[in-house]
Design a protein around this ligand. Structure first.
Ligand SMILES: Nc1ncnc2c1ncn2[C@@H]1O[C@H](COP(=O)(O)OP(=O)(O)OP(=O)(O)O)[C@@H](O)[C@H]1O
Ligand SMILES: [Mg+2]
Length: 321
């Protein structure tokens, strides 16, 4: 059998020939099965073209049939939400994504905040995404890839989008060419309105992370977000308490401006994992403003995000089991 395909050994000269899973030559017809897992549309077509022309150049080949196969992409989408605004969703999304990447995952971020997209600032990248075959190519930054509604409109432009316009733009981000990304975190806008609803229905996340500060008001709103996820059958993977204790940079004394521990108690009460606690830290705020995510560096903040990332991976495994 192998002999019949012998002339096709020539194809090994083509770049990426390692992706050929089987080759057959029968009656002048060369049949190839090619694994294109992880390649974008453009690369798939390019590989198909180069294999086809190489095969046609082999004596005895009059026709080429190529079947492209791809392993099922096991891509997990995780929404990061809160009921209340300004509790740290975007900061958490960026840094959790980077911590996951540092743990060896291929990670993407979708900034779905139509009111105030903040990922370009947090990731320190104003680069605009290219489009290939009408699909956006996510922009690389700090070891992850991201797309933001902020890249589709001018920076600082108020996004008073509603209805179909917002939904259309969000679909472009979700249906972009995410290549071999394994986990995509979605930074949701605050609240529990229509945009969140549409987005969750379109993106079909495997789960959600809910952020809250320890204040009662934030917790009340967090419960609303948890209700929304429940209604849409999106499992809550865990709660994160942000802006908990504050360590004075001068005297080192730890205080709790917004109280502490209430988010962990809430998680226990509703039976979802508590993923961890982030301190109210001037370093987090300053680094975020400068577009240098703390998770990309070293130190206690970076460690805290790494720990959260580990807990999230465990929660995802448990939810998938
Ligand atoms: N742990 C923290 N310590 C200090 N500052 C923080 C912390 N977390 C977030 N911040 C700061 O709080 C502000 C709000 O954070 P962020 O934008 O991440 O919140 P958000 O929930 O995404 O807000 P929005 O609802 O507007 O989208 C930012 O200035 C950010 O740098
Ligand atoms: Mg935000």
């Amino acid at each position: 059998m192998a002999d019949t395909a012998a002339p096709l050994a020539e194809l090994d000269k083509v770049a990426d020939a390692g992706r050929i899973r089987s080759r057959k030559l029968d009656g002048g017809i060369a049949t190839l099965v090619v694994d294109v897992t992880g390649l974008g549309d453009q690369d798939r077509s390019a590989l198909e073209r180069s294999l086809r022309s190489a095969a046609l150049g082999i004596a005895g080949v009059s026709e080429v049939r190529i079947a492209l196969t791809a392993a099922q992409q096991s891509r997990t989408i995780v929404a990061v939400g809160s009921g209340k605004g300004g509790v740290g969703k975007s900061t958490l999304t960026t840094n959790l994504a980077i911590a996951l990447a540092r743990a060896g995952k291929r990670v993407g971020v979708i900034d779905a905040d139509i009111y105030g997209p903040s990922q370009p600032t947090l990731l320190g990248s104003e680069e605009k995404p290219r489009a290939e075959n009408d699909r956006l190519i996510p922009v690389a930054a700090h070891g992850i890839r991201f797309l933001s509604l902020g890249q589709l409109v001018g920076a600082g432009q108020a996004l008073a989008w509603r209805g179909p316009m917002a939904t259309g733009a969000l679909s472009r981000l979700i249906e972009a060419d995410w290549g071999d990304c394994e986990i995509i975190l979605v930074d949701l806008p605050p609240g529990t309105g229509d945009v969140q609803l549409t987005l969750l229905q379109k993106a079909r996340p495997a789960g959600a992370v809910v952020v809250s500060t320890p204040q009662d008001l934030s917790l009340i709103d967090a419960r609303r977000a948890i209700d929304l996820f429940g209604k849409l059958n999106v499992p809550v993977l865990g709660l994160v308490e942000n802006m908990a204790s504050y360590v004075c940079p001068h005297c080192g004394e730890s205080s709790d401006p917004f109280g502490t521990g209430s988010v962990e108690r809430e998680a226990a009460a509703i039976g979802v994992p508590f993923l961890g606690r982030l301190p109210l830290s001037r370093a987090i705020r300053a680094a975020s403003d400068e577009g240098v995510p703390p998770a990309s560096g070293t130190g206690s903040e970076s460690d805290a995000f790494a720990e959260l990332a580990g807990k999230l991976l465990t929660a995802l495994d448990t939810a998938a089991a």
